[in-house]
Design a protein around this ligand. Structure first.
Ligand code: NAD
Length: 370
């Protein structure tokens, strides 16, 4: 029997709790059928924490997050907390987790499930079978660089300033994460910047090449300007395997890649921090979507993004690639069998609820397990 794996579950607000309940069922299944043991804890983040404690995340929950092998988060926010002070808004809980855990690498897979290829805005043949990973630098670059601000000029007009700034180690550490992921895939990494017009882009390109030459010489690296990368993502996305890029370009490129694959309800993500002496990284996993107040509490939410986020935790935090494959395979089976929540509904398919999707995935797991 494997040793315990500690997972802090933070369902959050809105559909977060409904989707997370389906993950709990999958965890139960894995414990029963795969001889795994998870050390689970669950707590509050976002609006529900504001209601209970007056803050979007407490120090006690932060301590738990520091001590867990991984954090799995649902979603935060909703109209109830729209008008409270900015400093304690639900999203501040998320930002504190990302910042204090120093999660500098954001992983956004863009996988196009065969059964959903017709739901993409691109032609089926362009997206069917797509499986790429975008690794975005998350804690540096122009969103954080100084100086920043808006000043008034002597003639009364104004100037807005943000600063794109990167240092060697900030680039190298995220490129290492991307190479580690590429190593377990096809070994091909594309590094994207604007070295043609930005000094920070030249540094990015040189440091990415340095990491390749000194630490991953057996893998391949190509450099691509970010504007070309955006074009190539919609022209021929299957040419890519892993893309690594800075905070700003990653924000844009990961959203483009996401839309190749269909609905928000299908998109997982991971944010990773530095590796410790044993190579273990701090990590938080969460769906890309928000708390969807318009459908919350009605058993309508698509739980797949949260389930696939959990599968990423299996793969990247718990070294359980086979179990991750199993969960992802079960999702694929259910989609191929025609089960759809409202957000991905297509003519001729079987409309199902949040719990119905959970039932179908558990049945598919049973079938795969034999
Ligand atoms: P949203 O992602 O919550 O919803 C956008 C639309 O997509 C809605 O129509 C919703 O019903 C639908 N949708 C999203 N996820 C779905 C799912 N799993 N299944 C079915 N349909 C789904 O974004 P929003 O409406 O802009 O924001 C709502 C709240 O969520 C706000 O308070 C916002 O601040 C918060 N938010 C939180 C996060 C997060 O926790 N990471 C991210 C984005 C927004």
């Amino acid at each position: 029997m494997s040793s315990n794996k500690s997972l802090l579950i933070l369902p959050g607000d809105g559909i977060g709790a409904e989707a997370m309940a389906q993950v709990r069922r999958i965890i139960d299944w894995l414990e029963r059928n795969r001889s795994l043991r998870f050390d689970l804890d669950e707590d509050l983040v976002g609006g529900c924490s504001i209601d209970a404690h007056g803050v979007p995340i407490t120090d006690a929950v932060m301590d738990k997050a520091f001590n867990a092998d991984a954090v799995l988060l649902g979603a935060v926010g909703g109209p109830k907390w729209d008008n409270i002070d900015f400093s304690i808004k639900p999203e501040r809980g998320l930002l504190r987790l990302r910042k204090d855990l120093e999660l500098f690498a954001n992983l956004r897979p863009a996988v196009c499930f065969e059964a959903l290829a017709d739901a993409s805005s691109l032609k089926r043949e362009v997206v069917a079978g797509l499986d790429i990973m975008i690794v975005r630098e998350l804690t540096g670059g122009v969103y954080f660089g100084e100086p920043r601000g808006i000043t008034t000029l002597p003639d009364g007009t104004r100037r807005g300033v943000n600063t794109q700034v990167y240092e060697t180690e900030e680039i190298r550490r995220v490129v290492r994460v991307a190479f580690d992921i590429a190593k377990a895939r096809t070994g091909r990494l594309t590094s994207s910047e604007k070295a043609n017009v930005m000094e920070s882009g030249i540094l990015w390109r040189e440091e990415a090449q340095w990491v390749h030459d000194n630490e991953y010489p057996d893998l391949s690296i190509q450099h691509m300007y970010a504007d070309n990368c955006a074009m190539q993502l919609v022209r021929n996305p299957k040419q890519f395997d892993v893309i690594v890029t800075d905070n700003l370009f990653g924000d844009v490129l990961s959203d483009i890649a996401a839309m190749l694959t269909g609905s928000l309800g299908m998109l997982p993500s991971a944010s990773l921090g530095a590796a410790d002496a044993e190579g273990k990284r701090r990590a938080m996993y969460e769906p890309v979507h928000g708390s969807a107040p318009d459908i919350a509490g009605q058993n309508l939410a698509n739980p797949i993004a949260t389930i696939l986020s959990f599968a990423m935790a299996l793969r990247y935090s718990f070294d359980l690639g086979e179990d991750a494959d199993l969960v992802e395979g079960a999702v694929q089976d259910v989609l191929a069998a025609g089960y759809r929540t409202g957000d991905i509904m297509q003519p001729g398919m079987t409309k199902t609820s949040t719990t119905g999707m959970g039932d179908a995935i558990l049945a598919a797991l049973d079938k795969r397990q034999g």
